[in-house]
Design a protein around this ligand. Structure first.
Ligand SMILES: Cc1cc2nc3c(=O)[nH]c(=O)nc-3n(C[C@H](O)[C@H](O)[C@H](O)COP(=O)(O)OP(=O)(O)OC[C@H]3O[C@@H](n4cnc5c(N)ncnc54)[C@H](O)[C@@H]3O)c2cc1C
Length: 431
């Protein structure tokens, strides 16, 4: 296994080669964080003729934006049914419709910018882990098909081999409007698009803190000097960490959970197609769910799920993911794992994405594992909102999310939460 080697980083083109720039002193906008959110915001701002710098504490993109599974869903973590109960049917409809709008906008963006990231609307199959889950999915299908842009249907257990060669599931749900891409190729395309638009991107430049100078002027203190900026957007999301003062407000409201991924050795296209005849994106209905897919060349399988590790991914997590994979495809018991890595996924208390403003600083974060679509979209929306040019705010624009009690960015409680959900999943399959 290539421990902590990300499959997506093995691309021929260079992932992060940046133009060189002099350190800027005064700018209209400073964006903190150079993932999908930060670059998308940067492009939107630069295309309005404003000066903007994106600063990243490490190499841009090496946070979640090139570590993900590449599934493009614009998914809302909470089902439409549950969301309607909590916030009303109108909110649920708008949130789900915005997910479709955001995904279509991503597809359009890739086409217009000629980003060759193998974006394909493959559809996604979510296997039901119990007959009860199959019933819940069936009710969700009825709800979703009433929301703009959704094309959803159920597949019975006896028909599921047309979708996937496993007997693990009790049937499942297909969402035709979901797809996938190569996350690092998308990132490389986004980066080059940002540079062409005139965004200055600086790596290895952590922002330490932000101070008010006067109305409409901020002093952005970095490890390399101070920038005077009109406005600031924070796009550090699940990589906000506890080490910099700048993350103080966000980190009390956002939980970074670890998710890990394995990629098998080359299995060959024939074998992968035999297991996944329609080459879709896939998942299951567990609380601690797994997500899996063929790699873009269709000759390996990628699977992601929870990680047990805080810092570096270990053999324990790799074994756990391999076990998940062989529960679905027992034939893969002897196949090797070539890659295993992990990254941070950001959750707000409500498990919903957020855009908000606090003390004249704008934030977008908390995509709950569906940021390939949400990050680009909400980065763009945050920039439009900050410039005051948005003709329609995102449904997720509002007051700052609630603080998480007894928490300051170090998610000490996650093992207990995971244990609780693992127990629920265990009970589910034993009923
Ligand atoms: C293992 C894994 C699998 C996933 N799978 C999927 C999937 O299949 N589909 C999907 O839709 N989503 C998935 N996601 C989620 C998705 O990748 C993220 O939501 C998305 O990439 C977030 O982008 P971002 O730009 O907001 O954050 P990031 O890409 O994490 O960027 C944040 C950046 O901020 C920088 N930063 C932090 N602090 C500072 C500072 N003080 N100064 C300067 N820079 C700073 C960091 O270095 C980092 O580069 C997955 C995530 C993980 C980790």
């Amino acid at each position: 296994m290539n421990k902590d080697r990300v499959f997506w980083w093995d691309i021929n083109e260079s992932l992060v080669t940046l133009q060189t720039h002099k350190f800027p002193k005064i700018l209209d906008f400073v964006i903190v964080g150079g993932g999908y959110t930060g670059l998308s915001a940067g492009i939107t701002i630069a295309r309005q003729g404003k000066s903007v710098v994106v600063l990243d504490s490490g190499k841009p993109g090496l946070g979640a934006s090139t570590r993900n599974g590449g599934m493009c869903s614009g998914q809302i973590r909470i089902s439409h049914g549950a969301l309607s109960k909590r916030f009303g049917e109108e909110f649920a409809n708008e949130a789900y419709a915005e997910g479709v709008e955001a995904r279509l906008d991503l597809e359009k963006f890739c086409k217009e910018e000629k980003i060759d990231c193998k974006f394909q609307m493959t559809g996604r199959f979510t296997g039901a882990m119990s007959s009860g889950d199959y019933e819940i999915q069936s009710r969700e299908v009825e709800r979703l098909n009433k929301v703009d842009g959704h094309k959803v249907h159920m597949v019975k257990r006896e028909d599921q081999h047309k979708e996937i060669s496993t007997d693990l599931f009790f049937g499942g749900m297909i969402r035709d409007e979901i797809g996938g891409f190569h996350p690092a190729k998308f990132f490389a395309g986004l980066l080059s698009c940002a540079e062409k638009a005139g965004v200055v991107i600086l790596s290895e430049t952590p922002v330490l803190e932000i101070k008010d100078i006067s109305e409409g002027k901020k002093s952005v203190v970095t490890s390399k000097g101070v920038i005077t900026s009109g406005k600031v957007i924070i796009a550090t999301n699940a990589y906000t960490g506890t080490q910099y003062g700048v993350g103080k407000f966000l980190r009390k409201r956002l939980v970074p959970a670890k998710s890990a991924i394995i990629v098998t050795e080359k299995l060959g296209v024939k074998k992968v197609k035999a297991m996944m005849p329609k080459l879709r994106m896939y998942g299951d209905s567990f609380n601690l769910h797994s997500y899996f897919r063929p790699t873009p060349d269709q000759d390996r399988i990628l699977l992601g799920s929870r990680s047990f590790d805080k810092l570096e991914v270990t053999r324990r997590t790799e074994k756990h993911l391999k076990r998940k994979l062989t529960q679905i495809f027992p034939d893969l018991i002897d196949s090797k794992v070539d890659y295993c890595w992990q990254g941070n996924v950001g959750f707000t208390r409500a498990h919903l994405p957020v855009i908000f403003e606090h003390k004249d600083i704008f934030y977008a974060a908390g995509y709950a594992g569906s940021g390939t679509v949400w990050a680009r979209w909400l980065g763009k929306k945050a920039a439009e909102t900050a410039m005051g040019i948005s003709n329609k705010n995102s449904i997720f624009y509002g007051p700052p999310p609630l603080k998480i009690p007894f928490y300051d960015g170090n998610p000490w409680f996650l093992p207990f939460v995971q244990y609780y959900y693992a127990m629920k999943d265990w009970i589910k399959v034993r009923r």
